[in-house]
Ligand binder design. Structure first.
Ligand code: GRG
Length: 292
């Protein structure tokens, strides 16, 4: 197994242990939404950023799990009839179809509180000030100043003509915020401060901004160029719902050029790091080349 696969297996085990096993619909729907699917890009970024900083892996499991739980909740709610009304997610029926709508709302709610609960437990090896900072990052990135704000902009953007800046603002909130949180939380996984941490944090933030937007540009491209089976969700859903995208605003060639530039920016942000940031480099490459 390569290191991406090792970390993917690791987060799978961590999530499995965290989610209660029970026959009630709430337990089953939470496990259905979280386990056995998804690329786990956000937890991978947590482990990769921690690796670049020399953080003990055991301290990264809690933030890695928390960010994936927030992501899973956001997907459940995004798929609901009152939002994107999707039937397929990660190659299987969306939670409101596999269970029912009320269960899907509550499973999302419970995954969100579980994420904050995990980070509120004593995290031995991380001082209280830093642990609070990690919680603040998760709160800001997922709430009304982050992902929820982006989702709100997105819902009202259908059928609108957005400028490139407006499109970037929407994506920086909706998708970029959690990606940036994944990279930044490990910069607080210490007792106190490590060497040159402020400079490293700034460089990692630049990297995260670049790959966050690259993730979305690539998402817009594959929504047009891939197929439903590969994507595990409906292909062409952006144009079907008349959503503004990078290819629709810039044209396909310019969208691909934008992706190339963002990849270059991500790599140059890591130029002061050595081999310890190789996993971050590999993830950047994976994001700009992914087909699903
Ligand atoms: C409902 C509050 C709320 C927010 C929803 C993230 C989000 C906000 C909606 C998802 C809609 C969507 C398809 C956005 C495009 C980019 C994206 C986040 C794709 C899904 O993330 P991946 O590709 O999914 O990392 P996997 O399944 O691999 O985890």
């Amino acid at each position: 197994m390569n290191s991406q696969e090792i970390y993917q297996q690791r987060i799978e085990n961590v999530l499995d242990a965290l989610l209660e096993k029970g026959e009630e619909p709430l337990c089953e729907s939470m496990r259905y939404a979280v386990l056995g699917g998804g690329k786990r890009i956000r937890p991978l970024l947590v482990y990769a950023s921690g690796e670049a900083l020399g953080v003990n892996k055991d301290l990264l499991d809690a933030p890695a799990a928390a960010i994936e739980l927030i992501h899973a909740y956001s997907l459940i709610h995004d798929d609901l009839p009152c939002m994107d009304d999707d039937d397929l997610r990660r190659g299987k029926a969306t939670v409101h179809l596999a269970f029912d709508e009320a269960t899907a709302v509550l499973a999302g709610d419970a995954l969100q509180t579980l994420a904050f609960g995990i980070l509120s437990q004593p995290l031995h090896g991380i001082c209280a000030t830093n642990q609070l900072k990690i919680l603040q990052i998760l709160t800001a990135s997922s709430g009304a100043a982050g992902m929820v704000k982006g989702q709100m902009i997105d819902l009202y953007a259908a059928g609108e003509i957005l400028t490139e800046d407006q499109l970037a603002t929407m994506h920086n909130h909706k998708t970029g915020a959690l990606i940036k949180a994944s990279v930044l939380m490990p910069t607080y996984c210490f007792e106190g401060n490590a060497d040159n941490l402020t400079t490293k944090r700034e460089k990692l933030a630049e990297y995260a901004d670049a790959i966050g937007l690259a993730f979305q540009v690539r998402d817009d491209i594959i929504d047009i160029q891939s197929d439903t089976e590969t994507l595990g969700k409906q292909q062409g859903s952006d144009s079907a719902s008349d959503k503004p995208t990078y290819p629709s605003i810039l044209g396909m060639d310019a969208a691909k050029e934008k992706l190339f530039q963002l990849h270059e920016k991500a790599l140059s942000s890591l130029s002061s790091f050595g081999r310890e940031a190789d996993l971050l480099r590999q993830i950047a490459e994976f994001i700009v080349k992914r087909i699903a």
